[in-house]
Design a protein around this ligand. Sequence first.
Ligand SMILES: [Zn+2]
Ligand SMILES: [Zn+2]
Length: 718
Amino acid sequence: MKGNVYLLLRQGGWEARATIAPEVDEAYWFGRTAAKQEEDCPSRQGRREESCGGDAVEAWLYKEELPWGQACLAADLWNSQQRGAAGRAGPGRQHPFQRLARLVAELQELDGRRQSPGIAREARQQLACRWGERSRGAAVSEETAGLAQLAAGLLQGRALLGCEARDLLVGAAGPGAGSSWSGALQLLSLLGQARLAGAVAAGDGGRRAAGELRCRRCGSGGVCLRRTRCYACGRMCAYCEACLMMGRSRECELFVTGVYTPSDAVGKLFCDQARMGRSHNISTGKAWGLSPAQEAAAAQALHFIELKLQQRSVMDASGVVSTNGEQPQPCPDRDFSHDQQQTVPVRHLGQDQLLKTSTRSSLKQHLQPHSLISRFTQKLFSSLLPNREEWAHYFLLWAVTGAGKTEMIFPLVETVLARGGRVLIASPRRDVVIELDPRLRKAFPEASVVTLYGGSEQRWERGSITLSTTHQLFRFHQAFDLVVIDELDAFPYHGDPMLHYAAGKCGLPGGPTVLLSATPPREMQAAAKSGRLAHARVPVRFHRHPLPVPRLVASPPVAVMLAGRKAPPVLLKALRESIQRGAQCFVFVQRISQTEGMAALLAKALPCRHVAATSSQDPERAEKVKRFRACDIRVLVTTTILERGVTIPRSDVYILDADGRLFDEASLVQMAGRAGRSADDPFGRVAFFAKERNESQLRAVRHIAGMNKAARRQGYLR
Ligand SMILES: [Zn+2]
Ligand SMILES: [Zn+2]
């Protein structure tokens, strides 16, 4: 993607702006249709006095097209230099355009594109194009204006790479849009309805240091960014490895964000309700077949959501927009250039540095690869977790394994849909998303359900319910009234800051996010216990029997069993009993390399022949899980890959090397949660086999026993 930079004089000051379609900017600021465009745009009607299209005095376009990221950077740097100069001794004596030309030349020189330092004065003058009186005839074509109007709707709630935005527009408006899409986006950006930025750029308006390059789509920085010779811009161009599977996010790529404009739909509904003096009638319990524990938790979550929706409709009505997650404050009245001004690089490019006679050294520091590769530490992760105020938008549904989480979210979805809102349900696991799809369609036959995962048929559709894997969240920005995130602690979500980032930005500002988990991360448990995080616990399974509490059994390590070709009698006895009572067994080991050997050992010693092994590297895993479900395999030796998701009606769980460092409290609780899921066999057996009792095992047992105690106290057990 290429772009241009221009300088604009308005309201007594110069500012630099980057554009992907300079002819649109010229027409917008100076052309005869400037006023008309304003009126065409519904969100700006009645605000003409605030419009910025009419007060431009003069502008200078730098005619050479630059890689988009470089154009943005040049505009940013010019603006911060300008402000630095204004704060001291007034603007320099040089013409503003000469300073821009010098800046661009320096940036290009750092890229190695120009050998001589800067370019001759005459050559620079040839790169200048003045807009002003002579531009009165310029106009935005009807085609571009029409496409912009269409795009405004399509881009709401989206965060897309330039190529994705183009596909979206061409898909909606036909191949003719292939030539006018950039003009349409530029017009939207001028009207404050979209933001255009570099996909990998410094500064994002968030809490992080603005001087470091970051991927705007996934929030990654540091070691996640690499530089390669880019075929699109010809530079050594930084790109993001972390979200590469979603298409390449890089410095010269455009990143388009639809700007949130408070729609009155939800607010109006609340006003109508208030006027009619009745509250919305939502069925929490019986209609969805919830158990008493499920119903109580759903009611708490529902109360929270309604409160948040109400607060937001008040906020929207009063024009106050709060921030949500890591995104800069949305300002429908202003375009992105203003926001860029607020977020100029500070760490590497302080104003003092920029005031030096040559900016070259600071620029060099900024552009050197080594400044990208700072250590990617746990510190970053903790800085991305919500802070005190941000927890205010979260609700944790802490439900034991087998509690029936999905049913509990139905009433929550219902209440938002009834108000005309949009719901997102995200899960880190693709199979969960695929399995949920028919259940949601059945529960909400009137609603449009859009299901998104890698390789899904649907891609750009807009639904009242969006069901998505967590990675697809990168393509959304302030899109949903309610966000529900399932198994937030599950791989690959746990400890993955970029997915936290994505989840934080896809809800509407101030909107509620419901987190579902059986084993919330410790910092979240602490926030819940201290009252900072609203939550409800569901301590009992839907069948209202207690969770099986693990037995702690002393046994030699798996490595010793394999070396001695002998399984300990205590393990064989337990497995024989399980087989005798007609149960199937999960045998968990830590390492993939141990699965086959352990299965062979058990097959030799056990009376049943149906012993198998599987792991993440087993090409026949899906087939084996199917056979396990069909009871064709009686004992399955596996790794934590099966700690979630596979539910067998009558099953016992044996965890070997339970003291190993790969099993933490959460994974032990999840694995134990495979047992006793069915109402027909609620008392499955769970045992931790280990040489030592360690903290994780004890915590897991305490966790499970504590839930049972809470269930008993609240009268939920049968
Ligand atoms: Zn990224
Ligand atoms: Zn590039």
